[in-house]
Design a binder for this molecule. Sequence first.
Ligand code: C5P
Length: 227
Amino acid sequence: MVLNNSIPVVAIDGPSASGKGTVAQLVAKTLGFHYLDSGALYRLVALKALQTGVRPADEIKLVEIALNLDAVFKGEEIYLDNTRVTEKIRTEECGKMASQLASYPRVREALIVRQRSFRQSPGLVTDGRDMGSVIFPDAILKVFLTASPEARAERRYKQLIEKGINANIADLQRDILKRDERDSSRSVAPLRQNTDARLLDTTSLSILQAQNSVLEWYREYCANERV
Ligand code: C5P
């Protein structure tokens, strides 16, 4: 696969509910870059599977869904088969199914070209689990953004309450740890900090501070390139 490395990519990987999506979106906005939420693609495959009664064990059907996914990203809205599913893919049910099907190498492969097609001028900020390691190995900046499980559960709790959805912090923390375990222990593209990724622990950082750290690293890279 030929990679178009003239278009810069900032890859932000990390565990569930770490805030990487929010930070990535803000960084993309500040830089005027495109944004790809790669987790949304796995969640869309999960939603389609749930809608059509495909079980998590049915790898062949899941690959088919991933290859033929009719998904459109329009600004902050996400469409599946011409229907708006922006909030629908955020349920714990979809997240769990996404994490299960993401362990199949062929499902991951089926989504590679689609993910790389988001690399468009003037640049891309993307978040996920394997953006820096597999999808965009030539990203100019790779960040592993994380936070303690307690902080992540609390953030997810606040998000849900704000949306008027009932939640329980202990349950959320248990789900987060379960998802971490599944995402970290799979054989393909496991969740981990790669040696070329910079660690950003946001446990005691605000969104703004986290965003500024990434922007500072990006500017450092640009300054070094000019030398
Ligand atoms: O990031 P988010 O929680 O929306 O992702 C949902 C699931 O999709 C994750 O738990 C993970 O298993 C999977 N995923 C992945 N690789 C990515 C993005 C997400 O395996 N690049």
